[in-house]
Design a protein around this ligand. Structure first.
Ligand code: GAP
Length: 509
């Protein structure tokens, strides 16, 4: 699937627009249009319903975006939430050093020439194979011959550029944008938190941050939630909301932006049960994406290698999706031990331990954190849904969303604008509208109206036609198979409900 086609469909049909576009936009910020806001809201609502309402061991929370700055000292964000940044002194390009991959083909026979730049290929962001155009052909040929990572006299080394800082080769690496050699600065730490000031005076004392994750608001409220008495360990607190990161290089549409939404759970449990709950959430969260249509080979669960783990984490897994620009993280599930609560206990001076009535034991709970991005989920479901096919000799673009996520659940059409059909269609539309987000359209040929709904991802179209006037039935049409069948108009609301809940479309004939 071509990313450009998806971005253009999103713009044309009102899913996603560049932010403040009439002023030339602003890099790393996006607006959700009339269809996009419904899609993202449906994803967030499904997440909330499945993780909070349908469970007995979860509660929700909605914290402020700006918190006491000490929260971010305790969490480690003030000291360590940074990316290594590299600048090009010539073209002023700015990059994340850990995302410029140096791919070095090295063989005995090439050893004398290894210091010449032609033996390095660069992947600025994205997949490792996304190499510089001019070298792509040679690179693929070479890889096919020796295979990545193969050992022996011939080796291929993939490594981020920041691991080469102290090597003489560093000054040979060209800038990924202007391709000049020796123009890259050494990487320096760039803190990703957006700063602001609270109150009228902008000084050190009034400095505050826009939250870079929703998680810390949950930890800061752990005691409040426990003290309200509704919860007993093991239990989780969930939050959905905006987070802000001053990403050095926002890219890939809504995949990496500077303002985004997270859907996070902190699940608190007894230390002896943490391994069990980690496995439980790792598997449950993976299954959630499968259930909603990402069941293809494009979805992966990747356990972190021990050297990737944060020092306090005993296990972390990423749910990854093969986006058109490479395989990338959708959600992380981390076993965080008691790191967060112990940090907040230390910095706030408040006792955050929990007394377990059944065990008659006081302890600091361990935490399992499934942390998902609502925008990344939206992008993955858009990519997966995007299809081009042919119906009756005509090509169409169709978004095959899971019915739960579809922005519009059904569109109602009168076949023609006469003979009382618009009145009947309007009545049906109003009946359906009480329960579902439905759309009324009487403009243009019926085929064109179907195509418009296919592009919007509407699972069903319902048409009032000549036969409706005689026997009171309407035509239902299924988006994916384009199959059509008749349903009594009086039973249309119930029929649509059953279809949206997963009842199969009647077979042909
Ligand atoms: N509390 C843990 C945490 O925030 P993270 O891996 O930094 O972990 C969790 O973020 C999720 O938030 C990611 O898996 C991703 O879906 C989403 N996310 C993070 N940064 C993002 C960005 N710049 N743009 C869009 N989504 C982002």
């Amino acid at each position: 699937m071509d990313m450009d086609k998806l971005v253009s469909l999103c713009k044309r049909r009102g899913f996603i627009f560049p932010s403040s576009e009439i002023y030339g936009g602003i890099n790393g910020f996006w607006d959700y249009g009339p269809l996009g806001v419904e899609l993202k809201r449906n994803i967030k609502d499904a997440w909330w319903r499945d993780n909070i309402h349908l469970r007995d061991d979860m509660v929700g929370l909605d914290c402020s975006i700006i918190m006491n700055p000490k929260v971010w000292e305790a969490s480690g964000h003030v000291g360590g939430f940074s990316d290594p940044m590299v600048d090009c002194k010539d073209c002023k390009g700015r990059f994340r050093a850990d995302q410029i991959t140096v791919i070095c083909l090295h063989s005995e026979e090439h050893a004398p020439a290894i210091r010449s730049a032609q033996h390095y290929w660069f992947s600025a962001m994205g997949s490792e194979l996304d190499v510089e155009e001019s070298n792509a052909k040679d690179f693929k040929k070479a890889l096919a011959k020796i295979g990545p990572g193969s050992e022996g006299p011939t080796r291929t080394i993939f490594s981020p550029i920041n691991q080469w800082v102290n090597q003489p080769e560093y000054k040979l690496f060209p800038c990924p944008t202007c391709k000049k050699q020796g123009t890259l600065t050494e990487p320096r730490a760039f803190n990703l938190m957006f700063q602001t000031n609270v109150g009228a005076v902008a000084d050190e004392a009034s400095k505050a941050y826009l939250r870079p994750e929703t998680a810390q608001g949950i930890f800061a409220n752990f005691k409040n939630v426990v003290d309200t008495g509704r919860v007993k360990i093991p239990f989780g607190i969930a939050q959905v909301g905006k987070s802000f990161r001053n990403e050095i290089t926002p890219r890939n549409f809504i995949f990496r932006s500077r303002e985004f939404e997270q859907m996070e759970i902190e699940f608190f449990c007894h230390p002896s049960e943490a391994a069990h709950w980690y496995k439980y959430w790792r598997d449950t969260r993976f299954q959630w994406y499968v259930t909603h249509g990402l069941g293809s080979e494009k979805l992966r669960l990747r356990d972190h290698d021990p050297d990737e783990l944060a020092f306090y984490s005993t296990a972390t897994a990423d749910i990854e999706y093969a986006f058109p620009f490479g395989v990338s993280e959708l959600e992380g599930i981390a076993h965080r031990g008691d790191y967060d609560l112990s940090q907040h206990q230390k910095f706030s001076g408040k006792d955050l331990s929990y007394f377990d009535e059944e065990r008659k034991e006081r302890f600091l709970p361990h935490v399992i954190e499934p942390s998902a991005g609502a925008d990344r989920a939206t992008l993955a479901f858009l990519c997966e849904a995007y299809n081009e096919d042919e119906v009756g000799g005509e090509s169409r673009t169709v978004l095959k969303f899971h019915p739960r996520f579809a922005p519009i659940k059904a569109a109602v059409f009168p076949l023609v604008k006469k003979d009382g059909m618009p009145e009947l269609a309007d009545k049906l539309y109003r009946d359906l509208k009480r329960q579902f987000n439905v759309f009324y359209d009487e403009k243009g040929a019926i085929g064109r109206r179907y195509r418009r709904q296919d592009e919007a991802g509407t699972p069903f179209c319902i048409t009032v036609d000549g036969q409706t006037l005689t026997d009171g039935t309407v035509t239902f049409r299924d988006r994916d198979s384009c199959r059509q069948w008749r349903v009594a108009s009086s039973g249309a609301v119930q029929a649509l409900r059953e279809l949206l809940e997963g009842q199969p479309v009647p077979s042909a004939g």
